[in-house]
Design a protein around this ligand. Structure first.
Ligand code: SF4
Length: 709
């Protein structure tokens, strides 16, 4: 740790909330936190309400202050979730964790243990978590919340263009696009500073803005064309646009000839689809579809932007294929101002993916099924004796939770995630967690999940540690500590290193490979190892970041960085592939008993499971309880007034929230969030998974409503 950085009055670091990754000046004065935008980052000095006023959680009284273990563990007794938590020192806690993990590994094998990494932790910490899982425990059971937000993007884009990340930068889009098409992304609330930049581009450069979303979200006010599509109809929409483009000869023929494959089969299929049926499925008139197709194809470059409205479906990968098709057909990828631009959610969800916290890839998306790659890592991380890494793809977060029930997973190690708030159908998760033989939660606060833990390890917040975050546009940013770790908390990097060294000793392993040891003294030491083992981060050196260089991966060169726009000359997979995709219905549709479609998402003033923002009094002043949006006519027919409490019920659970009666969504649709435990919409959502990416369908399930009075 850079001790000389601690307790400075102010440091330049990165906002801890969303994937935009705004650079901030973070100052502390006693327990007061002041955040201002880094002066040179954005000439308008924008930060959103969470970035500017949402960091007082650092000093929250609720912070975990000491390691906690259940008393039964100290007494060498049987697992007992009624046993109270006792404060212990770090040695005691880590000795217990390592002893239990070794016991379970020896008895049931490494694959009986699962690891959740965290999109809120640094790249270095995520790298270490997957290294610990793979090198020491011997399992690929490592995953994180990207499974729940953009796994379908990663899977879909890798198969269509060869790389799962945003192709262009945010500044490139707002400075060079002629048309911006946003689908399934509430950008003004979830990536607010990028939303501001898009609005400025509309006002100042007069770009075309097209927005497709079932809800009338704020950015619609700035759009030329709004498509209020029916939930789950994205493939039908994209196929219809492709058909209109081909029928009118607006496709980019040279681009397709030179850079794409599978065009003839694709064209044959697209020309066979029925546009009247697409109009019916999407709810959008032909004339509007025609206008959109023309703008996307002819008023180029067109940047396509999406988020979870596209990905969180049981056919999320198909949705992503459909978006790629549109951009390939119109020659809008690999060009400035265009591209495929998935907006990543959390501050470091891109980085956690890059670091291999996924069950099928090592760091840098190097596949665990590729013998050559596995041998390379066996060489890097070699231990004495018959050392072998697993060649079997591990389990996803949802699968790991379910596997607690049939005991194919015995222990879970959860770093900085809260599945009891964020998984679909959370009542299922609660029951599964009770079946764990051993559960460790490492976090900065007690969470809804840590109630079921056997050991809780107090981690330090982003303000107390160093490392790197990678934002939504693949830009690697340095974070710096402004204070020492509070109370008896430790940075996750320290906790993982201490645990790994204990496990190595207990398992009598002897590190032999070039990067086998766990003797890191700083985040820089870990980043050096990441540089050496992760080709796309090869020259993302600590010194360059410290010098303020803007580095977007892949960073293949010692100097300069020309990769801010991907796929310029050729696609990462060679040619871009057009996929034939059929519109598929959601898993659960409304019926007489459950007549409403529930759509889920987030509010501007809160963040994900609310673990941080529920501890910020400034944000609670504006939004302190769960909100349920419903259409004015529906409210009237149920006698529900704006601001009343209402009950929402699905086949899996029920919640109570505050009614927000509005014309912003159509009759028959409900919208809720997952920020507050009592009103958590994930008590209602369905565990219907995309068959390839295993992302759950958070965006559509059937519910009914009742007046509470
Ligand atoms: Fe933080 Fe995102 Fe807001 Fe920027 S836009 S200040 S990164 S929450």
């Amino acid at each position: 740790i850079l001790l000389d950085e601690y307790n400075k009055k102010s440091v330049e670091t990165v906002c801890s909330y969303c994937g935009v990754g705004c650079k901030i000046n973070l100052s502390v004065d006693g327990e007061n936190v002041l955040v201002t935008p880094k002066q040179t980052d954005d000439k308008y000095n924008s930060l959103c309400v969470k970035g500017r006023y949402g960091h007082s959680y650092i000093f929250s009284e609720d912070r975990l202050k000491s390691p906690l273990v259940r008393k039964y563990l100290l007494d060498d007794g049987k697992k007992d979730l009624k046993s109270e938590f006792i404060e212990v020192d770090w040695d005691t806690a880590l000795d217990i964790v390592s002893k239990k993990l070794v016991e379970i590994k020896r008895t049931f094998g490494g694959d009986s243990i699962g690891f959740f990494s965290s999109a809120k932790c640094t790249n270095e910490e995520n790298y270490l978590l997957q290294k610990l899982a793979r090198q020491i425990i011997g399992t690929n059971n490592v995953d994180h919340c990207a499974r729940l937000c953009h796994s379908s993007t990663v899977v879909g884009l890798i198969q269509s263009v060869g790389s799962g990340a945003m192709t262009n930068t945010m500044d490139d889009i707002v400075e060079n696009a002629s048309t911006v098409f946003i689908i399934g992304s509430n950008v003004t609330e979830q990536h607010p500073v990028f939303g501001v930049k898009i609005r400025r581009a509309v006002m100042n450069r007069k770009i075309n803005l097209i927005v497709a979303d079932p809800r009338y979200i704020d950015i619609v006010d700035f759009s030329d064309i709004y498509l209020p599509i029916k939930p789950g109809s994205d493939v039908a929409l994209m196929n219809a646009l492709c058909k209109i483009i081909i029928e009118n000869g607006w496709e980019d023929k040279d681009y397709i000839n030179e850079r794409c494959e599978n065009y003839e089969e694709f064209k044959k299929y697209i020309l066979s689809i029925n546009l009247d049926e697409c109009v019916k499925v999407t709810g959008i008139d032909y004339e509007i579809l025609y206008k959109v197709a023309k703008k996307v194809a002819l008023e180029k470059p067109t940047a396509l932007i999406w988020a979870m409205g596209i990905t969180q479906h049981n056919h999320g990968v198909d949705n992503v294929f459909a978006l790629s098709n549109l951009q390939l057909l119109t020659g809008n990828i690999g060009v400035s101002g265009g591209g495929l631009n998935p907006l990543r959610g959390q501050n470091n969800v891109q980085g956690a993916c890059d670091m291999g916290c996924l069950p099928d890839v090592f760091n840098g998306y190097q596949r665990v099924m590729d013998e050559e790659i596995v041998k390379k890592f066996e060489n890097f991380w070699k231990m004495d004796g018959d050392f072998k890494l697993s060649r079997v793809v591990g389990k996803t977060v949802t699968e790991m939770v379910d596997s607690l029930n049939d005991k194919s997973i015995r222990a879970l190690y959860i770093m900085g995630e809260n599945p009891v708030m964020t998984e679909p159908d959370v009542n299922r998760v609660v029951e599964s967690l009770k079946n764990a033989d051993f559960l460790v939660v490492q976090d900065i606060f007690p969470t809804e999940t840590s109630k079921f833990a056997d050991v809780i390890l107090p981690a330090s917040s982003f303000a107390e540690k160093e490392g790197t975050f990678t934002n939504t546009e693949r830009k690697i940013n340095l974070i710096k500590p402004v204070i020492k770790p509070l109370y008896n908390s430790k940075p996750d990097l320290f906790i993982l290193s201490e645990l790994a060294n204990r496990l190595i000793k207990m398992l009598s392993l002897k590190p032999m490979g070039v990067y086998a040891k766990w003797d890191y003294e700083s985040a820089k030491d870990v980043l050096d190892e990441i540089n050496a083992t992760t080709p796309i981060y090869g020259y993302a050196k600590y010194e360059r970041l410290l010098n303020g260089e803007d580095l977007y991966w892949p960073v293949y060169k010692e100097t300069g960085n020309e990769t801010s726009i991907l796929h310029q000359k050729k696609f990462s997979r060679g040619k871009g592939k057009l996929h034939i995709v059929l519109n598929k219905p959601p898993k659960e549709r409304p019926n007489e008993e459950f007549p409403f479609v529930l759509n889920t998402g987030r509010e501007l003033y809160h963040w994900h499971g609310g673990e941080l923002t529920r501890r910020v009094k400034e944000l609670l002043k504006v939004c302190s309880e769960p909100i349920v949006m419903l259409n004015t006519n529906d409210a009237k027919s149920f006698g529900i007034k704006d601001g009343e409490l209402i009950k929402v019920i699905s086949r899996r659970g029920k919640i109570i929230g505050r009614a927000f009666v509005t014309e912003r969504l159509k009759s028959g649709e409900i919208f809720g969030n997952f920020h507050f435990p009592d009103g958590n919409v994930n008590k209602l959502t369905i565990k219907a998974l995309d068959s390839v990416a295993k992302i759950p369908e958070y965006k559509v399930c059937a519910v009914k409503i009742e007046r509470v009075g």
